[in-house]
Ligand binder design. Structure first.
Ligand code: KG4
Ligand code: ZN
Length: 346
């Protein structure tokens, strides 16, 4: 029975996301029912440069945003008259890229008098789990691993977060992208390393599992990245052939060991009954397998969104926006892009 039938009004949210290299819009009902999830990726353009070029990203967002929003409404068979609120990513991310989504959301909100809600990008990634698992409710432990972020978060309630650990240097996805470039796989590195690693031996080479002095849950990936680069240099100087699949598999194993190791320490310490992963790197097949296995051993329920909801999308932003909407959060027309926005900050 839907909530209309129960006498409650359905809440329909238009989500907009443009923080990096995906222009995305989605229509989501009651936070979890995705009517449309349009994603226009710029990967093909940025691949030419080996990584995201911020100025190009902003321009492409500007070219595509209106069309993507229109398509999301069309696919959902809804018009702006049906939209109860517009949720938009306002940080963290590339400032010029964020500004395109924020400006579009503000313009529609103003023109049609639709409430506006600024959403934190990481809160969106975490919320992708609510879409994938309709029964998931906080509290749960969540590992957020993307191109720009590596956070271990205790999700205490909707929109209430305790950050237990974060990376002290490179994000997990950034390490994937840099190592992929060094072994000639190109951009974006994560999916390419994931694929190459399937043909390789994860035990072939031993790379360090980064330890840091800060919180016991903090991460460090720059030492691992340097170890891989040093290994490649040494082998090349000695004229030895490099096995790309073995380097990919061994590097990936080191990342997965650290991510799952830290996450499970937190799960044990906090007696978390549920563990979720989120963000682009959460689509990594080795990470998903290892996290699922570690949870099974502990009797902890494991959650992970399908890959399309792990990488950047607007359905997750609409979902996070829905829970903010229920709490009464509304943004003004002074909403601005905040590239370094911290989780839990408003
Ligand atoms: O969440 P996301 O789409 O954007 C950010 O918010 O950063 O994450 C993109 C990151 C990139 O670094 C990409 O290489 C990585 O996620 N990624 C993966 C995989 N798919 C995407 N990393 C490892 N394995 C994958 N299968
Ligand atoms: Zn992201």
């Amino acid at each position: 029975m839907n909530s209309m039938a129960e006498g409650k009004k359905d809440i329909t949210i238009l989500g907009i996301e443009s923080s990096c290299d995906e222009t995305a819009a989605a229509v989501v009902v009651n936070g979890r029912d995705v009517l449309s999830n349009e994603i226009s990726s710029q990967i093909d353009i940025h691949t030419l440069y080996g990584g995201v070029v911020p100025e190009i990203a902003s321009r492409k967002h500007t070219e595509r945003i209106n069309q993507v929003i229109r398509e999301a409404l069309r696919q959902a068979d809804r018009t702006l008259d049906d939209i109860d609120a517009i949720a938009v990513t306002y940080g963290p991310g590339l400032v010029g890229a964020l500004l395109v989504g924020v400006s579009a959301a503000k313009a529609i909100s103003f023109a049609r008098d639709i409430p506006l809600i600024g959403v934190h990008h990481i809160e969106g990634h975490i919320s992708a789990n609510f879409i994938a698992a309709k029964d998931l409710e906080p509290p749960f432990m969540c590992l957020v691993v993307s191109g720009g972020h590596t956070h271990l978060v205790n999700v205490k309630d909707y929109g209430v977060y305790e950050i237990l650990g974060r990376t002290q240097d490179d994000a997990a996805g950034e390490a994937f992208d840099k190592v992929a470039r060094a072994i000639g796989l190109g951009y974006p590195g994560g999916p390419k390393i994931d694929k190459a690693a399937k043909e390789g031996n994860p035990q072939a080479l031993h790379f360090p599992r980064g330890k840091v002095g800060g919180s016991r849950y903090d991460f460090s990936f720059s030492g691992l990245k340097s170890a891989v680069l040093n290994y490649l240099n040494t082998e090349r100087m000695a004229g030895r052939e490099i096995s790309v699949p073995d380097v990919a598999a061994s590097f990936q194993q080191a990342v997965v060991d650290v991510l799952v190791g830290h996450a499970m320490e937190a799960v044990d310490e906090y007696h978390a009954p549920k563990f979720a992963i989120a963000g682009g790197v959460a689509s990594n097949s080795a990470l998903r397998r290892a996290a699922e296995e570690a949870c099974r051993e502990r009797g902890v329920t494991f959650y992970c969104p399908p890959p399309i909801l792990c990488t950047d999308n607007a359905a997750m932003i609409a979902c996070a926006g829905y829970y903010e909407y229920l709490k009464g959060t509304r943004s003004g027309y002074d909403l601005n892009a905040v590239p370094g926005l911290a989780l839990g900050e408003r």
